[in-house]
Write a protein that binds this ligand. Structure first.
Ligand code: HEC
Ligand code: HEC
Length: 345
């Protein structure tokens, strides 16, 4: 009798412990669910597969918030966001021209040319800083500045909101995505979500990195070898083949003296920090899709890829390479053209 009682007590304890355990699991699960928001991922959360090479492939799948991206895409193409409906983002960042516009300097609001060459919008999320002088550390601050810049968009918010409100589709889309609907903050949020989605994976070089040895020809592999052997890789590396450090333009000899006609933009990072050591320092640009984004350099001075490579060799490495080697490196760089939404750029 006594024994049976003890047995029952143990049984009750086991029940009780199991109940507590189950309840804690449930609490943990619910907590996890409430902290999980299907929002746009930030760069740090993206997993980049290591390849054993100094360049990594762009991930194939990057989580996006589809309703925001759809809205951002519409806004990206809409001139209502600029002074007197003159420009959209797409005017300078055309998708048929690799996310840039093929000009040495773009034409901004009221015909004023931009101070620097327009870089591509593609893969911007993988750059550690934005713009040639690296002034901005994130797309949100960058967008804020370019929207208010009278030379780029020069947006007048009250007028822009009024004209967007006249498009019923915008009102519906905004109401669906944001509790407070159509506001300047939400416009910027949707645009940033879209910018984060503009990635171009699946370049032939990426396929090669991920193990498909047939993806490149022998000549292209030789170009990659030369790119590494000549030291281009010490600056152009990582997932964006650039975009992860500042370097002076003209390390081995004075590029600016040779070119002449110095402009304020030529001071590069110095314009941001006013630090003497930052004179002519630039963010090393990404070489992804570089075959499509001529002309090159912050001043748009190099018309062809071969010319840009020769300039780099001379001023960054203090060498002259034979024409065949320059052509070979260009062959490698052309394998960095990726796909946007599954289609080659
Ligand atoms: C008049 C042409 C023009 C228009 C319009 C324009 N941009 Fe740009 N964009 C530029 C130029 C020029 C730069 C480089 C500025 C610099 O480095 O100082 C740039 C830089 C950028 C960059 C940084 C890329 C990088 O990796 O450094 C992003 C992202 C970008 N623009 C997005 C946009 C978006 C979004 C819009 C629309 C809201 C837009 N741009 C409208 C010319 C333009
Ligand atoms: C010491 C660092 C460094 C080395 C080494 C280097 N680059 Fe660059 N590269 C830069 C910087 C900085 C820029 C931007 C210059 C500017 O326009 O202000 C640049 C720009 C470029 C551009 C133009 C990209 C664009 O979108 O305008 C190409 C192409 C390029 N480099 C290729 C090469 C090649 C090929 C090599 C090797 C032969 C090389 N680079 C070596 C730092 C470097």
């Amino acid at each position: 009798m006594q024994l049976l009682n003890i047995d029952r007590r143990i049984q009750r304890w086991i029940y009780f412990a199991a109940l507590i355990f189950g309840a804690s699991l449930l609490v943990l699960f619910l907590q996890h669910r409430s902290s999980f928001q299907p929002s746009v991922t930030i760069p740090k959360q993206i997993e980049i597969a290591l390849t054993g090479e100094p360049i990594q492939a762009i991930p194939q799948e990057i989580a996006i918030n589809l309703p925001k991206v759809t809205l951002g895409e519409k806004l990206f193409q809409d001139v209502r966001l600029s002074t007197n409906n003159q420009k959209s983002c797409l005017s300078c960042h055309s998708f048929s021209l690799g996310g840039a516009d093929g000009r040495s300097h773009s034409i901004g609001i009221n015909g004023i040319p931009t101070e620097v060459n327009t870089p591509t919008v593609f893969n911007a999320r993988f750059n550690f800083r934005l713009n040639w002088n690296g002034k901005y550390t994130n797309l949100s601050d960058h967008l804020d500045a370019l929207m208010s810049n009278p030379k780029v968009m020069g947006v007048q918010w009250p007028a822009a909101i009024r004209s967007l409100e006249q498009v019923p589709e915008y009102r519906q889309l905004f109401d669906r995505v944001y509790p407070d609907g159509l506001t300047p903050t939400n416009i910027k949020d949707a645009l940033v979500a879209y910018e984060l989605s503009l990635n171009t994976p699946n370049a032939r070089f990426d396929r090669f990195l991920l193990g498909d040895k047939q993806a490149l020809t022998a000549a292209e592999i030789e170009g990659y070898r030369l790119f590494k052997a000549n030291g281009c890789i010490s600056c152009h590396q990582g997932v964006n083949v650039g975009g992860n450090m500042f370097q002076p333009f003209g390390i081995m000899s004075d590029y600016f003296a040779a070119r002449g006609r110095m402009t304020p933009a030529d001071l590069g990072r110095f314009n941001v920090t006013k630090n003497e050591a930052d004179r002519h320092l630039f963010r090393v640009p990404s070489l992804r899709n570089v075959a499509l984004t001529a002309p090159y350099f912050h001043d748009g001075s190099a018309k062809t890829l071969e010319e840009a490579i020769a300039t780099m060799t001379k001023y960054q490495l203090g060498r002259t390479l034979p024409t065949e080697q320059i052509a070979s490196i260009a062959k490698f760089l052309r394998t960095l053209t990726g796909e946007y939404r599954g289609k080659p750029l």
